[in-house]
Design a protein around this ligand. Structure first.
Ligand SMILES: Cc1cc2nc3c(=O)[nH]c(=O)nc-3n(C[C@H](O)[C@H](O)[C@H](O)COP(=O)(O)O)c2cc1C
Length: 196
């Protein structure tokens, strides 16, 4: 698939098919995704692959924490979502910064992890596999960090739901606004109205 097509056509997937995704392919997509820009080559990304049962346990632990903290009422019902879990979830976490107390390094590492996530989703799309990047309360929950056994100082960048698209599934809006673009050129510095 042409890279332009992959970028334009990838859309977050809400519903997944039962068709299993091969673990070998999943591993290949992960190996490919790390060819991302990464200042200082810190390679801050960590992958945690969860099958459906492990995903269910993770979400249940997060829900329990939300109820305990009073964010959700005790009778909160997530059974609909729990019955529609994808075959796999790939959590990308950001390792603790290699240089402590340096917000720039932390920002660069987060950015590199986001590039990896997008690489992963585009590569998956090119294989006919759908994805959806999820954060929500899970990204901040200590129950999730515990379940994933994250190192102190690590952060969850996102959980990428992975699976083949369910027949007739709804896709998210593919619309994008015209981006705001400012060109700064020698000519525009002399005459701001002269931007191409
Ligand atoms: C950092 C990040 C976090 C996201 N978290 C969620 C989420 O928690 N729940 C959700 O429904 N979608 C989430 N999304 C997916 C966006 O909603 C989705 O990308 C957006 O609607 C655009 O749709 P598209 O991916 O099909 O282009 C997240 C996306 C990003 C980049």
């Amino acid at each position: 698939m042409d890279v332009r097509e992959a970028i334009r056509e990838r859309r977050s997937l809400l519903l997944f098919d039962e068709q299993p995704v091969s673990q070998a392919l999943l591993d290949e997509l992960i190996q490919l995704s790390v060819w991302a820009p990464n200042h200082r080559l810190t390679e801050p990304w960590r992958f945690h692959v969860l099958d459906r049962a492990a995903l269910r346990e993770l979400f249940q632990a997060v829900l329990a924490e939300m109820v305990e903290k009073g964010v959700l009422p005790p009778d909160h019902d997530e059974s609909e979502h729990m019955n529609q879990l994808p075959p796999f979830g790939v959590v990308i976490s950001q390792a603790p910064p290699s240089i402590a107390d340096n917000p720039l390094v932390e920002m660069e590492d987060y950015a590199a992890c986001c590039c990896v996530a997008q690489n992963f989703m585009l590569a998956a799309h090119a294989e006919g596999i759908g994805t959806m990047w999820l954060t929500g309360p899970m990204a901040m929950a200590s129950a999730a960090a515990e379940r994933l056994d994250l190192e102190e100082g690590s952060k969850i960048v996102g959980l990428i739901a992975v699976g083949y698209p369910r027949e007739g599934m709804r896709k998210r809006s593919g619309l994008r606004k015209e981006p705001s673009v400012t060109w700064l050129t020698a000519a525009s510095a002399a005459d701001p109205a002269a931007s191409p």
